[in-house]
Design a protein around this ligand. Structure first.
Ligand code: GUN
Ligand code: FE
Length: 419
């Protein structure tokens, strides 16, 4: 049992930010027991940490990030998706044949997640099973709740980064088998996107998903080119999401659809039916995709929304920055396409960054009773010119903050190393 005192801010719902000034949060066995404005008598003898005017918030969830692209941040950002993949990303990903390189990068990647307060993440590896297996074990050791996938790609890919369907399925099964017992970082099936996957491969992955009870992550309707290419390759499936449905990939576990910028009504219907997450990656969409998710409209249609950094389509790791960018992009979307779109609020974006995304991983992403105490302490952003309310500190942190502004972090109630 431990008590923490400070200002406490978390999302209750899409619209509602809960703010408890000068309050106490009781944590027992790594789980939040309650929040109180006066400390109840029963906790009088419990150890307490006082964070003064700093603000406790839930840790962030990044639902779309490519660990192998970490060394490539901020490069090639003047290209569009297909050229960016061929010029920068595929040669970068080919390097993970080399385990020494993989270990060094993945260690830095995990450190960057932790430094940015991202304690839950849905991660793409590469086609290389040994490197991806090392990454998932490293995340398991750190007790980072995660889904991690060995990427599958067996066509329309450069020779140096292309598998046969048979080898891809075999390696995926070895991967699923090896980490089936993980408690925190769990496997997820990861076909890169429709343009690089044969139907034989996708169908085989669907069978593996059913056998191991494992869900799927992929890129869905991320650009006009990709959405059209998916239907050109698989006209009988009707739409991009229909390909994965037909392959039996949407019924075995969580479904995570990165980008989801150009969905047809049928894409939306299928994603809703399987309870999948549509993941907005604001920086990536500006850098390499050139489309803006209809965040507000999708939310009103009942699609589950979350945020992703999409390193290295996105150039910044912190999900707090993506929350700010999601607000900015929703205003541009509404400005240029007022029909059916409205700007979202900061509370909406913070909800996507925390409670909505956290739901992929279990009871994380809020500080309500029953949630894991996966939390960050943000320094008070008041300055000599203006004192800020706790919710203003959280907003300013998302717009202007960096890892140095996170003064403490906890995963399941345990203090995070280096904090
Ligand atoms: N589509 C297929 N591969 C990728 C990738 O690595 N990043 C992004 N953003 N989109 C993709
Ligand atoms: Fe991506």
């Amino acid at each position: 049992m431990h008590i923490y005192r400070g200002h406490i801010v978390y999302s209750k719902s899409w619209d509602e930010l809960a703010v408890h000034r000068d309050s106490y949060i009781a944590v027992s066995g790594g789980i939040v027991e309650g929040i109180y404005d006066r400390l109840p008598e029963k906790y009088a003898d419990a150890p307490m940490t006082d964070f003064g005017d700093d603000v406790l918030i839930p840790a962030f969830s990044d639902l779309h990030v490519h660990a192998p692209q970490f060394p490539q941040r901020g490069l090639g950002m003047d290209l569009l998706l297909s050229d960016w993949l061929n010029t920068y990303t595929f040669p970068q990903e080919a390097r993970y044949r080399d385990m020494d390189y993989a270990r060094a990068v993945y260690e830095a990647f995990v450190n960057s997640l932790i430094a940015n307060g991202t304690y839950h993440a849905c991660v793409f590896g590469t086609i290389h099973r040994p490197a991806t297996a090392w990454l998932i074990e490293r995340m398991e050791q750190e007790k980072l709740r995660a889904y991690v996938g060995k990427v599958n790609m067996d066509m329309q890919s450069p020779d140096y980064l292309c598998e046969t369907a048979e080898a891809s399925l075999r390696e995926t099964e070895v991967f699923l088998d090896a980490c089936a017992g993980n408690r925190f970082a769990r496997p997820i099936i990861t076909p890169r996107f429709a343009p690089t996957c044969s139907f034989e491969l996708l169908r085989g992955l669907g069978k593996l998903g059913a056998k191991y009870g494992v869900g799927v992550q992929t890129h869905l309707v991320e650009s006009r080119w990709e959405a059209a290419e998916a239907v050109r390759l698989y006209p009988e499936c009707g739409c991009d999401t229909g390909i994965y449905e037909k392959a039996g990939l949407l019924e075995n576990g969580p479904v995570v659809a990165a980008h989801f910028i150009f969905p047809s009504d049928e894409d939306v219907r299928i994603l809703k039916r399987c309870g999948g997450f549509a993941v907005q990656c604001p920086d990536a969409t500006v850098n390499i995709i050139a489309g803006i998710m209809a965040t507000d409209a999708l939310s009103r249609q009942g699609v589950r929304l979350a945020l992703g950094s999409d390193i290295a389509g996105g150039h910044l790791s912190g999900i707090y920055g993506q929350a700010a960018r999601a607000v900015q992009l929703s205003k541009l979307k509404w400005f240029y396409e007022p029909e059916g779109n409205r700007p979202i609020t900061f509370a909406n974006a913070f909800y996507m960054a925390t409670k909505a995304g956290g739901a992929l991983f279990g009871r994380v992403g809020s500080l309500e009773p029953g949630y894991a105490f996966d939390a960050l302490v943000i320094r008070d952003f008041s300055d000599p010119f203006r004192s800020l309310s706790p919710e203003e500190t959280v907003e300013r942190f998302c717009y202007t903050g960096n890892p140095a502004d996170i003064v403490a972090g906890f995963i399941a109630g345990e203090a995070v190393r280096g904090r």
